[in-house]
Design a protein around this ligand. Structure first.
Ligand SMILES: *Cc1c(COP(=O)(O)O)cnc(C)c1O
Length: 390
């Protein structure tokens, strides 16, 4: 027998920021009191600051998909022409939501692991000038690929359409300049880079998007952006808010503000760079080599090995919970997460564990080779000793 500590290392839910977890215990508070209004208003203001936007930022008690649903049901009408970029399981979710609400969607589909190009979006916009919206994932978590949001925003800004970005794992792993680039709706979720449990969805809403909402006729009730905005301006949420999560969010946002959003992004990007270097050094093939994002690194299992074995043995041997591929990618890839509260210590251990498991399954590995690649990235980045450990 030996000790195995359980560690949650998936790309959502992500590892929890301990002070945020502790803050949840103070949730014996009523939401229609000034005490809570202060907490709620501060969380919304900090969220806006961290996202770096002057657009309205609203919050719902929902998983991230609730934010996606709200953006469709509040801003569009049945039969509206839209363009959906579909590069994986989350792009497929946009397609399903558009279908559920009766939108007339042109789907720009690429192979899993690839990204939809800006030129494809531009061509689709040119072909259909009455397009009302373009939907895309900043980071397609199912494959690890990232989209060129800045390029897409420039293409969409020149039209009457709005750009709706599922930034649920893009936020905190890539620059997303909402105001500078013209991202009309950016959606986030609490269990990704925000380092707290699932249950909160966020949305930023631009003036252009609000204008579209004036003529939108799709039905909605719980997710009502206008009502939510009216209440948020008074420090209230329309329905009973997820008080414990909002207390946690307040602590996490304090941490992110101290760190700086740019540094949170740089952290994920450096870890992703090191993970790619380690996998390459171990002779493993990356799944999205053309446009790798920094939320997750998707890696193909070695020839003749099912990736489920790697996922299972990381858990059974080391208590480390990571994710397999989704859908048809299951068994073919495994995913190493970097978003939110991940650090180099996590990656050293992940790569060492991976080497150990490959070896145990008869794959030739030279122990330490992948770890050394991570160490070289760390050393090369000249990371300064932190002033305070958070
Ligand atoms: C996690 C995630 C979502 C939201 O999924 P929920 O289960 O509803 O939280 C949406 N898009 C992407 C890209 C994600 O990674």
């Amino acid at each position: 027998m030996h000790i195995r500590k359980q560690r949650l290392l998936t790309p959502g839910p992500t590892p929890l920021y301990p002070p945020a977890m502790h803050a949840m215990m103070a949730s014996d508070i009523h939401h229609r009191t000034q005490d809570f209004r202060n907490v709620y208003a501060a969380a919304l203001a900090d969220l806006k600051e961290v996202l770096g936007t002057s657009n309205d930022v609203l919050m719902f008690a929902a998983s991230g998909t609730g934010g996606m649903d709200a953006s469709v049901s509040n801003l569009f009408s049945r039969g509206d022409k839209v363009i959906v970029c579909c590069a994986g399981k989350f792009g497929e979710r946009w397609v399903e939501i558009a279908k559920a609400y009766g939108l007339d969607a042109t789907v720009l589909k690429v192979e899993y692991g690839d990204a939809v190009s800006v030129s494809a979006v531009r061509a689709a916009l040119d072909a259909e000038p009455s397009t009302k919206g373009v939907f895309v994932q900043a980071s397609e978590t199912s494959t690890g690929a990232a989209h060129d949001i800045q390029g897409m925003a420039a293409a969409v800004a020149a039209t009457d359409a709005i750009l709706v970005v599922d930034g649920i794992t893009g936020i905190g792993t890539m620059p997303l300049d909402i105001d500078g680039w013209g991202i009309d709706v950016l959606i986030g979720g609490s269990q990704k880079s925000f380092m707290i449990p699932p249950g909160l969805a966020f949305l930023s809403v631009s003036k252009k998007a609000w204008t579209l909402s004036e003529t939108a006729t799709l039905p909605h009730f719980y997710f009502d952006l206008k009502k939510e905005k009216k209440n948020a301006d008074k420090g209230e949420s329309t329905w009973t808010p997820a008080t414990s999560l909002i207390l946690a969010l307040g602590e996490a946002l304090k941490y992110v503000k101290g760190l700086g959003m740019a540094n949170l992004v740089a952290n994920a990007q450096l870890l992703a760079l090191a993970a790619r270097a380690a996998c390459t050094e171990l002779g493993l093939e990356l799944f999205a080599p053309g446009s790798p994002g920094s939320s997750v690194t998707s890696v193909k299992a070695p020839k003749g090995m099912d990736s489920s074995v790697i996922v299972k043995e990381l858990r059974t041997r080391f208590g480390a919970i990571i994710t397999n591929g989704q859908g048809s990618m299951k068994g073919r890839i495994f995913r190493i997460a970097h978003l939110g509260y991940f650090d180099f210590w996590d990656l050293f251990a992940m790569v060492a564990g991976l080497e150990t498991i490959l070896y145990a399954n008869g794959i030739p590995v030279e122990f330490g080779r992948g770890v050394a690649a991570v160490q070289r990235v760390y050393a090369g980045a000249a990371i300064q000793l932190p002033v305070a450990v958070g």
